[in-house]
Design a protein around this ligand. Structure first.
Ligand SMILES: Cc1ncc(COP(=O)(O)O)c(C=O)c1O
Length: 429
């Protein structure tokens, strides 16, 4: 059996993923439009923004799309749009990026953390009902890593209890469930266009909805310039002079860059998926590696490719030694940073306004996933067959040596290496 690269053997991966498997963040068309905007001076407001909003709405199939300066402000606007008021409770997973949760605090509302499903990593519909009280106003679901939540079950619970649903689609550009795109199932959907997302604009976001009321409330919060376009009988028209406290409009450069990526999104998603499915197939019989499962009828996108590490030896729960051995083989992989928000001081001690402490949550599956999930591979965005095969070979090699890796992990501490082993730093989240 060949020697692990960790112990001086040859590396399995010799092809540079950064060089062969990634696409330029800015398309030429986007660069040309940004250059034109600089020449014409449209560096704050431009028809490029409204054009992009229309293109995005038609891609998703929503009646309205509102572009924002980031995904976080889209979520903030969406909570306001759903009339989440101070003291209201909002159910949300902890296995997510902080921005799925912090806007709840910004609206002076209370996050109620709900556990996720071990196989799909998405909010567990079976556990949602236990979180509902007479103060519950909304549920935020996150299509985490591009994997669609069980929207049919979630919507039926929400409708039964008269609760609104906000979909955080920041990882799910192009994903769908029973033929309907992410963001269309709930009352409102929020996308991020941040520079590392699969529809990158630099910094930006989009809120989608079919509800005129929801759109107007969201726009009234952070887009004073749109209020004047509302009908005279709109209850928000009177705020045209002042807006409602925030300024959330997108930079036209970001809209232009994202717009130029939109027409390629499906085609690139297809390539990503083909590579990812081949990778999954190559690893399917490794007993301690579990891929992220999908709900029936859903079509995920592979914006991020995470796995669960479940070795038989109870003592070795953390995948650090395994990841270190893979790194040595030339694999870009890293441990997960998600699943820790319910223990963060902002939520356990209360927010800056002192009125919105999260409820103390016991989330056994989230705690487990925080330790066991890891970024397995970078985005393979081109038809890079030989690279994918090298990745599979690296995983199989390290897995064949798993007993050595476990032994190594028992007499090593990884404190100093944790940053370089982080999926977040690798995926630049
Ligand atoms: C799940 C999730 N929600 C929300 C956001 C916030 O988006 P933005 O960074 O554009 O504010 C992100 C971005 O990283 C995210 O990953």
């Amino acid at each position: 059996m060949s020697t692990l690269a960790l112990f001086g053997g040859e590396k399995s991966v010799t092809v540079d993923a950064g060089a062969v498997a990634s696409l330029p963040v800015c398309r030429q068309k986007g660069i040309d439009v940004v250059n034109r905007l600089m020449r014409t001076g449209e560096i704050s407001q431009s028809s490029v923004t409204s054009d992009f909003a229309q293109h995005f709405a038609s891609y998703i199939g929503s009646t309205y799309a509102l572009c924002t300066n980031n995904g976080t402000s889209a979520i903030d606007s969406a909570l306001f749009a759903l009339s989440v008021a101070p003291g209201d409770e909002v159910i949300v997973p902890s296995y997510t990026f902080w921005a799925s949760v912090t806007p709840i605090i910004a609206q002076h509302a209370v996050p109620v953390f709900c556990d996720v499903d071990r196989e799909t990593f998405c909010i567990d519909p079976k556990k949602i009902e236990k979180c509902i009280t007479n103060k519950t106003k909304a549920i935020i679901v996150v299509h985490v890593w591009g994997n669609m939540c069980d929207m049919e079950s979630i919507m039926s619970i929400a409708r039964k209890h008269g609760i609104k649903v906000l979909e955080d689609c920041s990882h799910a550009h192009g994903a769908s469930y029973r033929g309907k795109k992410a963001g269309l199932w709930g009352d409102v959907g929020c996308y991020s266009l941040q520079g590392t997302k699969t529809l990158p604009g630099g910094e930006g976001g989009v809120l989608v909805t079919d509800s005129r009321e929801c759109y107007e409330r969201a726009a009234a919060l952070g887009h004073y310039e749109l209020i004047q376009t509302f009908a005279d009988n709109s209850p928000y028209k009177k705020y045209a002079l002042t807006g409602m406290g925030h300024k959330y409009r997108i930079h036209p450069f970001a809209a232009a860059l994202a717009d130029s990526q939109l027409e390629h999104l499906d085609e690139v998603n297809e390539v990503r998926e083909k590579n990812a499915r081949r990778f999954d197939e190559g690893l399917h019989d490794i007993p301690f590696l579990k891929k992220q499962c999908e709900y029936e009828g859903s079509h995920r996108v592979f914006s991020y490719h995470y796995y669960r590490y479940v070795p038989a030896k109870e003592k070795v729960k953390e995948p650090f030694a395994f990841l270190k051995a893979l790194h040595a083989e030339g694999v870009a992989c890293g441990y997960c940073g998600y699943g820790r928000l319910h223990n963060a001081p902002l939520f356990t001690e209360g927010g800056p306004y002192g009125d919105c402490k999260g409820t103390r949550a016991v989330l056994p599956v989230t705690d487990e996933l925080a330790h066991t999930t890891f970024l397995a591979a970078p985005r393979f965005e081109t038809s890079c067959h030989s690279l994918v095969e090298q990745y599979i070979a690296a995983y199989r090699k390290v897995s064949d040596h798993i007993e050595e890796v476990i032994e190594y992990s028992q007499d090593h501490s990884f404190d100093e290496e944790l940053n370089s082993l982080s999926g977040r730093s690798i995926a630049q989240l």
